[in-house]
Design a protein around this ligand. Structure first.
Ligand code: XIL
Length: 399
């Protein structure tokens, strides 16, 4: 992998990074012209000193982002940040079922192919997202938010098997980790009554089958269960814990659990480190897979619109504290193999569309300038550079 070969920071050395904080931790140039010039001067795969990916590599921690393939390649400032700062990428949407098979039997892997190719060129690993999820299903397969289908139980089983074989098989050997099953539980810990749960006779047995089929299709990928609101002690976290413990006991090929980590300053900070350690102690890798920290933002000029400006300095400083704590939770759990942020700039975040009145959830502002949050993450990674190495979890992670 080109990461190792061209790791510029590797020749600079750890002492230099820690000593020369002013140069190593300088906020990257983020003006459009600056990023374009930097991109032109930097061949793909060359690692920039002081970037998040370079600093993370000292502890073997992968630093990732969700990628919007409409912007990748089309928006130079966006593209430069993706490739300079991150060494794993997750397709924000283009590997989801509704995108890859909009009509039954007719596939569109164009966006996914583009992302996988770009990752290869830029020394990045890919987190495949996601094979079995009730949301963003194609309309030929499901309606009512993934709860209803016109197919028989046996047909749904056959369709799911083929989907996993086709998609995971297409990218065999090129995906670092697959989110095989996403969001199978409700917040109260009961199983979500999705078309999958129903087709398997009101049972979560579909999860074991999905992992087995994914393993057959791509034996070298790490296979993850991924969910939100499992970052803290509670019924949902417990339900997932019980599930993955059972899967391990049954010999089902599962390698890890992804904690989405969509945080909001209106809630207390979760007992994330303790929770991830508990899962890691089952012999699983863990990862923070979709980190963002939203807060209340100032209203815009017209009624009903909002800016990406936190409501007050107190809001902003709480966000910074949450970034710091969420990263440290991962750094302190040795089996935490990657830390992925859900997008690049506040202007391309999913948050304002889904949580009106909240935003400012990412590391770069609307004009792609690094925020204080970026510096917090960068400094933590620099400080961690002397810690024990994390597993990088290449391949199946010794399952
Ligand atoms: C979100 C994307 O960011 C949006 O662009 C899309 O409209 C909806 O999905 N949990 C997940 C992600 O696992 O796939 C979701 O991504 C965010 C919540």
């Amino acid at each position: 992998m080109s990461v190792r070969r061209s790791l510029v920071i590797g020749t600079v050395g750890l002492a230099a990074v820690l000593a020369a904080q002013t140069t190593a931790l300088a906020t990257p140039s983020a003006t459009s012209a600056g990023t374009q010039a930097a991109a032109a001067a930097r061949p793909p795969g060359v690692i920039v000193e002081g970037s998040l990916r370079a600093l993370g590599s000292f502890t073997g921690l992968r630093i990732g982002t969700a990628v919007n393939t409409d912007l990748l390649g089309a928006d130079p400032a966006y593209t430069e940040i993706v490739n300079r700062e991150f060494n794993t990428v997750t397709p924000e949407n283009v590997m989801k079922w509704e995108v890859v098979e909009p009509t039954r039997g007719s596939y569109d892997f164009s966006g996914a192919d583009e992302l996988v190719k770009s990752a290869q060129q830029n020394g990045q690993l890919v987190r495949g997202h996601t094979l079995v999820w009730h949301s963003q299903l194609p309309s030929w397969l499901a309606s009512n938010g993934g709860m209803t289908t016109t197919f028989t139980d046996q047909q749904v089983k056959d369709i799911v098997k083929k989907h996993i074989q086709d998609e995971a098989g297409r990218y065999k050997g090129r995906i670092w980790a697959w989110d095989v099953v996403n969001e199978a539980f409700n917040d109260d810990g009961t199983p979500r009554q999705s078309i999958f749960y129903k087709a398997w006779g009101n049972s979560t047995d579909y999860i074991a089958d999905a992992f087995r089929w994914a393993d057959q299709a791509d034996p070298s990928a790490q296979l993850f269960y991924n969910d939100y609101n499992i970052e803290y002690t509670g019924p949902k976290s417990q339900a997932v814990y019980d599930l993955v413990k059972k899967l391990k006991a049954q010999g089902v090929p599962i390698d890890g659990v992804g904690f989405q980590t969509h945080l909001s300053t209106q809630y207390g900070f979760p007992d994330l480190q303790q929770t991830m350690q508990r899962f890691a102690d089952l012999g699983l890798n863990v990862a923070e897979t979709e980190v963002d920290v939203r807060t209340a933002v100032k209203p815009g000029a017209t009624a009903g619109t909002f800016t990406s400006e936190p409501l007050s300095n107190l809001h902003a400083s709480t966000q910074q504290a949450y970034w710091d704590q969420s990263l440290k939770a991962c750094l302190f759990v040795q089996r935490c193999v990657s830390y992925t942020v859900w997008g690049v700039a506040d202007s391309n975040s999913w948050i304002p569309g889904v949580f009106p009145g909240e935003g400012a959830a990412l590391l770069f502002n609307d004009s792609y300038q690094a925020k204080r949050e970026y510096t917090v993450v960068q400094q933590d990674l620099a400080l961690a550079a002397g810690m024990a190495r994390h597993r990088t979890g290449e391949g199946s992670g010794g399952r």
